[in-house]
Design a protein around this ligand. Structure first.
Ligand SMILES: CC(C)(COP(=O)(O)OP(=O)(O)OC[C@H]1O[C@@H](n2cnc3c(N)ncnc32)[C@H](O)[C@@H]1OP(=O)(O)O)[C@@H](O)C(=O)NCCC(=O)NCCS
Length: 139
């Protein structure tokens, strides 16, 4: 399987965000206010017509880009789809002259980001009952 990456709308991200990231809510973690900014980019991963993954990119005036709500359907995890999407985002950030790509990384996903050269801020923090730390890649 070599998934395809395509632009999608904010609406298109919500089902996978909910199923994979916040199956029990809260709803404000699934639909966020920045989703509808004109500078926000939403990308989907597709296996033929099946929508299997999402990521959303938010740029700020300081030249940095944050990715949020990165998720691959359970049945497609561990097969390289997430790596394909993250590699694409890193290339995109470089092409857009972003100075830093960063995210609030779930602790469980930290080894995944390490493989791509991300560094981590030392502090951990919680959103609902999920533990995070900031992962960043400087260009
Ligand atoms: C984190 C996430 C987006 C990564 O996507 P993914 O498609 O699972 O990622 P990959 O398959 O590219 O890599 C993940 C693992 O599969 C392994 N892998 C990569 N390519 C593989 C392949 N072709 N075959 C088998 N395994 C592979 C990787 O080595 C990695 O192993 P790990 O368990 O040591 O981390 C996904 O697992 C996910 O949605 N997790 C739940 C939500 C989440 O935590 N999102 C991130 C929030 S910060």
């Amino acid at each position: 399987m070599t998934p395809q990456i395509r632009p999608i709308t904010a609406q298109d991200t919500y089902a996978i965000r909910k199923e994979i990231l916040w199956p029990n809510g809260p709803d404000h973690m699934i639909v966020i206010t920045e989703d509808d900014l004109s500078s926000t980019q939403h990308l989907g991963l597709f296996d033929r017509d099946n929508h299997i993954g999402v990521i959303s990119l938010f740029t700020t005036n300081d030249g940095r880009m944050q990715f949020r709500k990165f998720a691959v359907l359970n049945s497609y995890q561990g097969q390289g789809a997430g790596s394909l999407l993250l590699s694409h985002i890193i290339d995109l950030a470089r092409a857009q002259n972003v100075t830093q790509l960063w995210c609030n990384a779930r602790i469980d996903a930290a080894p995944f980001y390490t493989r791509f050269g991300f560094s981590f801020r030392p502090e951990n923090f919680f959103k609902s009952d999920v533990e995070y730390k900031i992962a960043y890649l400087d260009f």
